[in-house]
Write a protein that binds this ligand. Structure first.
Ligand code: SAM
Length: 293
């Protein structure tokens, strides 16, 4: 039998956990490396989790990225700080869903091009702004509202998450970002409004109508509250995309969507978009006026 190639996986969070079964038939994973020092010294499926700097001492050239958020900065870190050849960094497992999502957004923006120009777009859960940059690119004329703590997950959301055993997320996960990192990725930064703080409290004063919203918050509570917040502010023909609906390791978004939709008894429909992870909620506007007016 052909010997499996040794690889290092970058990212010992949910993405690493998810990818483990997919790739372990083909590759021998000798270690996970991660920038989060709280994961160092732990094990993921019996594979050690090490600091990224340990790459220098590991006899292995191939590195598989397991998580899409922060993709470009991870590649930069590997190439510039650790002299890893770009050709030795495998991004296929994260690029395919990203590309599907990007094409979905491009096509949706074409369909929505004739909607009233006053309608705005938003993302809650921005991290380093990779998907926000796509929204800004495909909706260049619409105001883009971005919501994040820019300090990662909050204590209150994580407490609820733990109580319900929805995920192993921890307070402060995804803190490695900044407003300037995000704005630096925007092609139309003048049309971007950053709302730093705990969502949806950080959205309280917003008076706008939205045609596209992406909720990528990973956790039950902000996702559920986010749906309730945006529902009353969606245009007819507007849609909300929710990331991680199909993620085994983050059960909160699915619980939030299912609860939100079932409480509204058939007003909305959910449609998978083909990236294997996200779901779209459609039906806003017309039905909403029947309920709230
Ligand atoms: C998976 S990351 C988002 C990834 C991003 N959409 C991308 O394109 O890479 C999840 C983000 O949600 C944010 N987040 C989670 N709960 C939040 C809350 N209650 N308020 C504000 N931000 C929150 C975290 O800080 C984190 O940056």
């Amino acid at each position: 039998m052909k010997k499996k190639e040794d690889v290092i996986c970058f990212g010992a969070g949910g993405g690493g956990e998810r990818l483990f079964n997919t790739i372990s038939d083909k590759y021998n994973i000798i270690a996970f490396v991660d920038n989060d020092c709280r994961k160092w010294g732990t094990f993921l499926n019996n594979v050690p989790v090490l600091p990224v700097s340990d790459i220098k001492s590991l006899v292995c050239e191939t590195i598989i990225l397991t998580s899409a958020p922060g993709r470009d900065s991870i590649i930069k870190q590997l190439v510039e700080d650790y002299d890893i050849l770009r050709g030795k960094i495998i991004t296929d497992y994260i690029d395919e869903p990203l590309e599907t999502r990007r094409i979905f957004l491009r096509n949706l923006s074409l369909i929505q091009a004739d909607l009233n120009p006053i309608y705005q777009v938003a993302e809650a859960g921005v991290f380093q702004g990779d998907f926000a940059a796509c929204i800004n690119m495909y909706y260049p004329e619409r105001m883009l509202h971005l919501f994040d703590t820019f300090n990662g997950f909050t204590e209150a959301d994580i407490a609820y998450e733990k109580e319900k055993a929805y995920s192993n997320a921890r307070e402060g996960d995804y803190a490695n970002t900044s407003i300037s990192t995000v704005l630096g990725k925007m092609s139309n930064p003048n049309n971007v409004i950053i709302h730093k703080g705990i969502f949806p409290d950080s959205a309280r004063d917003i008076d706008a109508t939205f045609c596209f919203v992406n909720l990528d918050l990973d956790l039950f509570m902000p996702t559920y509250l986010g749906l309730c917040f945006f529902e009353k502010r969606m245009a007819e023909g507007g849609v909300i995309l929710i990331h991680d609906y199909f993620a085994d390791n983050f059960k909160g978004p699915k619980e939030a969507v299912d609860r939100f939709v079932s409480e509204r008894r058939g007003i909305y429909d959910c449609v998978p978009i083909g990236d294997g992870i996200s779901i779209l909620i459609i039906g806003f506007g017309k039905a909403l006026r029947g309920i709230y007016e």
